[in-house]
Design a protein around this ligand. Structure first.
Ligand SMILES: [Zn+2]
Length: 617
């Protein structure tokens, strides 16, 4: 992963940087949000497949939504991979929703309370338009649970939260190739919490902290899922004179500052390009373009890509953007050039997604021969001040591509276009789709409102966990290292840490146990051996034993601990399996036990005890 340096916060402030963040976490519930299917992630082969197509419909105002039209233009075949036992007719839009999952609602209320929100009296389920095919209904059911909250940063600054929604998750995209897109449906309709901040974030660095603080609070509940795919962030960002663009589905918190940095540079440089076009006298109204089929020119080309296109009988088409000379090779993000703006549209909307996506007359090295350049000059009458973009593919797609290039060029003359952008691993962004219009929410006529009683809110308020930031500040007063204070504040062991220091164990010793000796402590049933460990810590305090000796002692304890209880059961089971299948491989055996005993499984114990038996065989 390429990581560049962020600029000083002042740089972004000067450009009028403003960002708002939407954070999504899957909730740890047994069932899905609107049906009674189990919330299970699947790795096995699907039982079946459904093919669907999207069609745009007129909105109530008699208009087509921009995104809907864009998705329609892509003419995608949408394939859904199905599972008999975790997908029902609800997810496939063949039956209306069941009653809202109460377990999910309670978790959502808990989170909204932790983020200082007002809880609504009545949950109203609405539909949010969702047109990329990832939800078969074309909309996502979502419900506001809390409003007008805030999250506090370390500096004491508060970032307001406009609302918190409970919603259903969409499908996972498996692959997107040409006109075919495949979705895995296992994740569909998992309950999801969405936390939306106001656009009050003033630098990429601050955005990083906001996401971290909110995430820590959510995880403190112990009721959100973790791991790849269970957390996603969308970031809205604008600078002075730019527009609010959305970077969608950022999978890792650490990416956010860098992506925002890139998008800041991009908007800044797109505005510069616009000003330059204006200075050249080019406006949306007088922008001149010309497009043409170019198969004749490239009949004898040495360019391998175009040669192949000719051989395959594909359409090669070019468009001249008059007055755009010198701009396509202009850097707009670090290592990204203005040409990517055109590529993105062609890739997504015309579905010409095999690289290279376009060629143009300012590329280095030049993809065209001198003869071909002469022919292009002849056909388009273009000069140094102009540029020609060439693309290839089925004729229908190249025509779509040319239209999109024209549209993008028009936009370049007047503004930063409204887009949803995807996060790339190199910390830059690329076009994903036209940002949906504002009228994408409407009431869900299939769902009755759900009352939220004062009694329920009161009940949930009683069991709220501590806010990690408050703990962190408290621990900082204990004169332990700064990093320890932070780590302990988000550690599942902080209750024990507090218990130990309350009993008189110095914070530095108790802290070390949960930070430095973290990996060892993980393997111990703390609840059971609290007393013994506490005694040891006192001995360390009094200089009677060293940490080395302590570690040794723990390991001894550890052994007798697992000679009983749950792990013995697993041990017995393992022995039974070995009796039945004496030739089973070690890996297979472990996989089998792990599958059956997810929660209680302790590989360390098994490897230690079973390994010996295994070695004897
Ligand atoms: Zn279902």
């Amino acid at each position: 992963m390429k990581r560049f340096k962020l600029y000083e916060k002042e740089f972004y402030k000067k450009l009028g940087f403003k960002a708002g963040i939407e954070i999504h976490y899957q909730l740890k519930t047994e069932k899905k949000l609107f049906c009674r299917c189990p919330a299970l992630l699947r790795r096995d082969e699907p039982d079946g497949m459904i093919l669907r197509h999207m069609r745009p419909t007129l909105s109530e105002l008699g208009e087509y939504d921009g995104t809907a039209l864009m998705e329609f233009k892509t003419k995608k075949n949408i394939f859904y991979e199905l599972y008999r036992d975790s997908i029902c007719t609800y997810e496939m839009d063949d039956t209306p929703p069941f009653v809202l999952n109460e377990e999910a609602l309670k978790i959502a209320i808990e989170i909204a309370l932790l983020l200082n929100c007002e809880i609504v009296d009545e949950i109203h389920i609405t539909r949010k338009q969702y047109l990329d095919g990832s939800i078969p209904t074309g909309f996502q059911r979502t419900a506001t649970v809390g409003v007008e909250g805030y999250v506090e940063l370390f500096s004491g600054k508060k970032i307001e939260i406009s609302h918190i929604c409970l919603e259903e998750d969409a499908c996972r995209e498996v692959k997107d190739e040409g006109h075919n897109i495949y979705f895995k449906t296992d994740r569909l309709s998992f309950p999801l919490i969405e936390v939306i901040t106001k656009a009050q974030v003033e630098s990429p660095q601050e955005a990083g902290e906001v996401v971290l603080r909110i995430g820590n609070i959510l995880r403190a509940t112990g009721k959100v899922r973790r791991g790849i795919g269970s957390v996603r962030q969308d970031v809205n960002i604008s600078i002075e004179g730019g527009v609010r663009n959305e970077i969608k589905g950022v999978p890792k918190i650490g990416w956010i500052p860098y992506l925002l940095h890139s998008e800041t540079l991009r908007q800044h440089n797109l505005l510069k390009i616009r000003d330059e076009l204006r200075a050249r006298g080019i406006t949306r109204e007088n922008l001149k373009t010309k497009s043409k089929n170019l198969n004749n020119i490239f009949q004898k080309t040495q360019n391998p890509t175009l040669k192949k296109a000719i051989e395959e009988g594909l359409d090669i088409r070019g468009i001249c953007l008059y007055g755009f000379g010198g701009l396509l090779s202009r850097e707009i993000e670090e290592g990204v050039f203005f040409e990517r703006e055109f590529e993105g549209r062609v890739r997504v909307i015309a579905c010409l997604d095999k690289k290279p996506i376009i060629f143009h007359t300012e590329q280095e090295p030049l993809p065209f021969s001198e003869n071909e350049m002469d022919s292009l000059r002849h056909i388009f009458g273009f000069k140094k001040t102009d540029v020609v973009i060439v693309l290839w593919g089925p004729e229908e797609d190249t025509r779509t591509g040319i239209e999109e290039i024209k549209t993008r060029a028009e936009e370049a003359t007047c503004r930063v276009p409204l887009e949803t952008r995807q996060a790339l691993k190199d910390m830059t962004t690329d076009f994903e789709r036209i940002l949906p219009g504002p009228d994408r929410m409407y009431p869900d006529t299939d769902s009755p409102p759900v009352k939220v009683s004062k009694k329920l809110i009161k009940e949930i308020s009683k069991g709220l966990p501590e806010i990690p930031l408050n703990l962190e500040k408290k621990y900082l007063n204990l004169k332990i290292p700064k990093e320890w204070a932070y780590e302990l504040s988000i550690s599942p062991y902080n209750i024990y840490f507090e218990e130990f220091i309350n009993k008189g164990i110095p914070p530095k010793i108790a802290g070390r146990l949960f930070i430095v000796e973290k990996n060892l402590i993980k393997k111990i049933d703390l609840k059971k051996y609290k007393r013994e460990i506490e005694d040891c810590l006192f001995e360390i305090k009094d200089g009677k034993i060293s940490w080395d000796l302590f570690r040794k002692k723990l390991k001894e304890n550890f052994k007798f601990k697992f000679d009983e209880g749950a792990n013995v059961e697993i041990f017995e089971k393992a022995k039974r399996i070995l009796l039945k299948e004496p030739n089973i491989s070690w890996e297979k055996l472990i996989a089998k036990l792990r599958d059956e005993n997810k929660k209680r499984f302790c590989p360390y114990f098994l490897i230690k005890n079973l390994g010996e038996i295994y070695a004897k065989k």
